[in-house]
Design a protein around this ligand. Structure first.
Ligand SMILES: NC(=O)c1ccc[n+]([C@@H]2O[C@H](COP(=O)([O-])OP(=O)(O)OC[C@H]3O[C@@H](n4cnc5c(N)ncnc54)[C@H](O)[C@@H]3O)[C@@H](O)[C@H]2O)c1
Ligand SMILES: O=C(O)[C@H](O)COP(=O)(O)O
Length: 500
C-alpha cells in the first residue's frame, strides 16, 4: 500500500504543516457540504506512513462521513487477527470526544470513560453561539431539555456522530437536520415517567389543600388555619391530556386515591383501570376538577391551553403543566388565576427557562394565588437520572462502536447482533437518502463477498443499512477500500462507517 493512498483532491500537499493539514480537511468537508458531493477519503491508515500522512489520514478518519471503527479487542480475537489488523492504523476509541451539557448523571460519564472516550462535562446549557464554538471537534454530544441543537449548530458539528438527549423530550433538537447529516439521536423514553407522575400526584393534593400558600404564610410567621376552598381529592375528576407513558402511569396512581380519571389523546389508547377516554379536549376541560398536561411539544400542542381553553375549564378547577412551557399561554393562565376562574395551578415548565441555576427566574405566574412553581424538576430524581444516564450512554457507545441504531428517535432502529468475531468479517453501516435503486447499488458493491447478515430500514427521507460481510483472506485492505470508497461515492450516501 503506497503512502499516497488518500486521493481526495483537497488534501494538503506533502510536507504541509499539521495546521495546513487540518485546514485542507476542513476545506474538503466544507466543499462537500456546499457542493453536495461525497467525501472520498480513506479512513483506514496503513502502518509505516510518515507522520504527515498519518496525521492527514487521521483527520480524514475523524470526519463524520468516513470513520472506520475497529472491533474492540476481545478474548476471541485470534493472534492471526491481531496480526492482520496490525497492518492498519486502528480506530482509536480514545480519540472520541464527548461533550456533556446540563449536569448529565455521573454514571453516564463513567460509562463513556469506560468505553475509552474523552469526556468533558459542563453544568449548564450553552447558547447556540457557544455550542457552535464548542462542537466543532466533538463526536458525541449529550444534552438534556435545555440545549437547542439547531441546524446552525449541526452545520458546525463537522465530526458529530450522535446526540444523546438524557431526557424524554427531543423537541430541542432539529431532528430532520440531524438525519440529513447522518447524526443519530437517542433519548430515554420512559426512565423518568414515574418521577413526573409522582410529582403530578403530589401537586394535585397540594393544590387541593392550598399547601403552597399555607407554606408561604408559615415561612412569614403567619398562622392561617382555614378549611374554606380546601378539598379531599377522593371522588374528584382528573382530566389527563396526553395518555402516554406519564399520563397512563398517573392514571393508575390517581385511581388508587379514589380519583375518577378521564383523558384525551389524539390516538385511541386502551384505558387502564376504570379510566375513560373522552372524544375531545373540550369534553375533558368541561368535566375535570384537575386538568394535567402530558403531551410532547409539537406544532399541534403549541399554546393548546390558551384563553379560550382556560375559559372552558370548570370554575374553581386547577391546571397542572409538567409537559413543555410552550403548551400553555402563560399570560392567559396568570389572568385566569388572578380573576379567580381557576383555583390554582402547578407549573414545572416555562416558555423561557434559565440555562443555569441562580436567581434568574421571571414569570407572570409569580405571586398568583395557590400557584406552585417548580424549576423543571419533574424528572429530576436520583432514580430517574441514574437510569437515564445508563440507558443513553449505553446507546451512545453502541452506536459509536457498533452502529446499533435501536432506540434512535430519528433514524430507523435496527437491533443488531454483536460483530462477528472473525477478523475477516467487517460491518458496513450506511445512512443514505431513501430513494429507489439505492439498495441495488450498495448490494452490487457487496455482492462479491459473503454477506453474513444484512438489515435495512427507512424512516421517511432517510434509510439505514447494516451488512456484516466477510472479505477474502489476504485481500482485506483492497476490499475494505473498495467497499468504503464505493459507498462513499454514491450520490445517495449520507454517512458510511466500516467497523472491522
Ligand atoms: N417536567 C419534566 O421534567 C418532564 C419529564 C419528562 C417528560 N416531560 C414532558 O412530558 C411529555 C410527555 O411525556 P411522555 O413520556 O408521557 O410522552 P409519550 O410520548 O409517552 O406520551 C405523549 C402522549 O401525548 C399524546 N399527544 C400528542 N399530541 C397530542 C395532542 N395534540 N393532544 C392530545 N394528546 C396528544 C400522544 O399521542 C401520546 O400518547 C414529554 O414529551 C416531555 O416534553 C417533562
Ligand atoms: O424531557 C424530559 O425528560 C424532561 O423535560 C426532563 O428534562 P431535564 O432532563 O432537562 O430535566
Amino acid at each position: 500500500m503506497s503512502s499516497n493512498t488518500n486521493n481526495n483532491t483537497n488534501q494538503a500537499p506533502a510536507g504541509a504543516s499539521a495546521a495546513a493539514v487540518a485546514e485542507a480537511v476542513t476545506e474538503h468537508i466544507l466543499s462537500r457540504k456546499n457542493s453536495g458531493t461525497q467525501i472520498n477519503t480513506l479512513p483506514y491508515v496503513p502502518t509505516g506512513q510518515n507522520d504527515e500522512t498519518q496525521a492527514r489520514m487521521m483527520q480524514a478518519m475523524f470526519s463524520p462521513t468516513s470513520v472506520v471503527a475497529a472491533k474492540p479487542t476481545t478474548a476471541t480475537t485470534t493472534a492471526a487477527a491481531a496480526a492482520s489488523h496490525r497492518q492498519w492504523h486502528r480506530f482509536d476509541q480514545s480519540q472520541i470526544k464527548v461533550l456533556l451539557l446540563e449536569s448529565v448523571s455521573p454514571v453516564a460519564i463513567q460509562t463513556l470513560e469506560a468505553a475509552g472516550y474523552q469526556v468533558e462535562s459542563v453544568k449548564g446549557a450553552l447558547s447556540e453561539a457557544e455550542l457552535v464554538e464548542r462542537i466543532q471537534d466533538v463526536h458525541v454530544l449529550g444534552i438534556r431539555s435545555k440545549t437547542k441543537v439547531t441546524a446552525t449548530v449541526l452545520a458546525a458539528a463537522r465530526r458529530l456522530l450522535v446526540i444523546g438527549c438524557f431526557c424524554i423530550g427531543t423537541n430541542q433538537v432539529d431532528l430532520a437536520a440531524a438525519s440529513k447529516r447522518g447524526v443519530a439521536v437517542f433519548n430515554s423514553p420512559y426512565a423518568n415517567s414515574r418521577s413526573v407522575a409522582e410529582m403530578t400526584l403530589a401537586n394535585i393534593i397540594n393544590l387541593s389543600r392550598q399547601l403552597g400558600d399555607r407554606n408561604n404564610e408559615m415561612h412569614k410567621g403567619e398562622w392561617n388555619k382555614v378549611s374554606k376552598g380546601c378539598y379531599e381529592v377522593r371522588g374528584k375528576t382528573l382530566g389527563i391530556i396526553g395518555y402516554g407513558h406519564i399520563g397512563s402511569q398517573l392514571s393508575v396512581l390517581a385511581e388508587a386515591l379514589g380519583i375518577r380519571v378521564v383523558y384525551h389523546d389524539v390516538i385511541q389508547i386502551m384505558p387502564l383501570g376504570s379510566a375513560r377516554q373522552l372524544r375531545s379536549l373540550d369534553e375533558v376541560l368541561g368535566c375535570a376538577d384537575f386538568v394535567t398536561l402530558h403531551v410532547p411539544e409539537t406544532p399541534d400542542t403549541k399554546l393548546m391551553m390558551g384563553v379560550k381553553e382556560l375559559a372552558k375549564m370548570k370554575k374553581g378547577s386547577y391546571l397542572i403543566n409538567a409537559s413543555r412551557g410552550t403548551v400553555v399561554d402563560i399570560d392567559a393562565l396568570a389572568g385566569a388565576l388572578r380573576a379567580g376562574h381557576l383555583a390554582g395551578c402547578a407549573v414545572d415548565v416555562y416558555p423561557w427557562e434559565p440555562a443555569t441555576n441562580g436567581p434568574l427566574f421571571e414569570s407572570p405566574l409569580v405571586g398568583c394565588p395557590n400557584t406552585l412553581l417548580s424549576p423543571h424538576i419533574g424528572g429530576s430524581t436520583e432514580e430517574a437520572q441514574r437510569a437515564i444516564g445508563l440507558e443513553v450512554s449505553r446507546a451512545l457507545v453502541s452506536w459509536v462502536a457498533e452502529g446499533v441504531s435501536f432506540g434512535s428517535v430519528n433514524l430507523p432502529g435496527l437491533a443488531l447482533k454483536p460483530l462477528v468475531p472473525n477478523p475477516m468479517t467487517i460491518r458496513v453501516t450506511n445512512i443514505h437518502r431513501n430513494v429507489p435503486g439505492v439498495l441495488r447499488k450498495i448490494n452490487l458493491l457487496l455482492a462479491e463477498f459473503n454477506i453474513e447478515r444484512q438489515s435495512s430500514d427507512s424512516n421517511g427521507e432517510v434509510a439505514y443499512l447494516v451488512a456484516d460481510v466477510t472479505l477474502d483472506q489476504g485481500k482485506l485492505e483492497d476490499q475494505l477500500r473498495t467497499v468504503h470508497e464505493g459507498i462513499s461515492k454514491l450520490e445517495e450516501n449520507i454517512m458510511v462507517r466500516v467497523f472491522y
